[in-house]
Design a protein around this ligand. Structure first.
Ligand code: CP
Ligand code: NVA
Length: 308
């Protein structure tokens, strides 16, 4: 029973099949109303639990709509309103939910909650973001890159800013999809060394470049994310902004990337902080395609998990 917990835990050929299927499903329903079902209903009779211990717009809506397009049903649950938030163990919650639903997607804080859920559930579990990783996002990002520019293999991706959960999943994807990744941010906010090592072990080049202008030279893709993630204490906001200000993605910085470089951001973005509006709304930006592709990529992820 395959879970979808992290990109490096899934076979590269399965990842590739998911992206092919996502593209096919997207093309097959062009111009169709969002609420109309797909031609086939692979999730007919399936119930999917979507559990959120943190806020969400994209993950929540894209999973919910995706399940419905595939002919299944959803229930959206706030972690704080479940017994999960009041002392019942994750393991018991996983065993109970497995008696009611066919698939669990969870967004949580500590990665151990996700892993414990997967260990004790008898149905597949999907990672909808933890403090450490965000694999569904990066599947949508790769789909988006390839839609615009063809294969991402051998390309140069530059991450500007905080070495956070989204950056970690980009590092996992670098090894699996064969692209090089340059991290440009302050040393205090470097990605976990283990994630960098893992990518390097798979043969791709991971570079740390403190100077953002040097980092983006020759970039095919520039990526930014918020400077303060949901798991970061608000009391660190000022310190983080001071550390990260030099890494803002703006028109001056984008001029040093390849002329046809793409810009991505998983959203929500803070316009004028990690990225300017001119870049968000400018010719390099594919941010709303990324958001849309969450829907298509996750439909393929769910079909992989349920083998349908
Ligand atoms: N990118 C993303 O995961 O957005 P949400 O937090 O709105 O789900
Ligand atoms: N790094 C951000 C991503 C939000 C989708 C966070 O964890 O808050």
């Amino acid at each position: 029973m395959p879970h979808f917990l992290d990109i490096h835990k899934v076979d590269p050929s399965d990842l590739r099949n998911m992206l092919d299927q996502a593209r096919e499903m997207k093309n097959a329903r062009k111009d169709r109303p969002k609420g109309a079902p797909d031609d086939t209903a692979p999730l007919a009779g399936r119930m999917v639990a979507l559990i959120f211990e943190k806020p969400s717009t994209r993950t929540r809506v894209s999973f919910d709509v995706g399940v419905r397009q595939l002919g299944g049903q959803t229930m959206v649950l706030a972690g704080s309103e479940m017994q999960l938030g009041h002392g019942e163990t994750i393991a018991d919650t996983a065993r109970v939910l497995s008696r009611y639903v066919d698939l669990i997607m969870i967004r949580t804080f500590d990665e151990s909650v996700l892993l414990e859920m997967a260990e004790h559930a008898s149905v597949p579990v999907i990672n909808g973001l933890t403090d450490r990783t965000h694999p569904c996002q990066i599947m949508a990002d790769i789909q988006t890159y390839e839609e615009h520019r063809g294969s991402i293999r051998g390309r140069k991706v530059v991450w500007c800013g905080d070495g956070n959960n989204v950056c970690a999943s980009f590092l996992h994807a670098a090894g699996q999809f064969g692209f090089d990744l340059t991290f440009s941010g302050p040393e205090k906010l470097d990605p976990e060394a283990a994630f960098i090592d893992l990518a390097r072990e798979s043969g791709v080049t991971v570079t740390i470049e403190r100077d953002p202008v040097a980092a983006v030279q020759g970039a095919d893709l520039v990526v930014a994310d918020t400077w303060v993630s949901m798991h970061d204490s608000q009391s660190t906001k000022e310190r983080r902004h001071n550390l990260l200000r030099a890494y803002q993605v703006n028109d001056d910085l984008m001029r040093h990337a390849k002329p046809d470089a793409l810009f991505m951001h998983c959203l929500p973005a803070h316009r004028g902080e990690e990225v300017t509006s001119s870049v968000m709304d400018g010719p390099h930006s594919v941010i709303f395609d990324e958001a849309e592709n969450r829907l298509h990529a996750q439909k393929a992820i769910m079909r992989y998990c349920l083998d349908v």
